[in-house]
Design a protein around this ligand. Sequence first.
Ligand SMILES: [Zn+2]
Length: 71
Amino acid sequence: MAYIIYRCDCGRVLYSKEDTKTKKCPCGKTLNVKKRRILKTAETARQATMAVQDMQEEIYGGSIFRTADQL
Ligand SMILES: [Zn+2]
């Protein structure tokens, strides 16, 4: 089972299992996963989590939530 990574209209990057039909974003919007554009896929939940973090950092900048020395 693969994981897919996609974005909500609010800009958040989310992931779910490939066969997931809908996903509720923290912003309150329920997304039809099948209709989202897939940004990336991952083999494991861990890889998916890391990919989401990378993309969030690209979008928002990683320094807001943590500093490099906390890695
Ligand atoms: Zn959202």
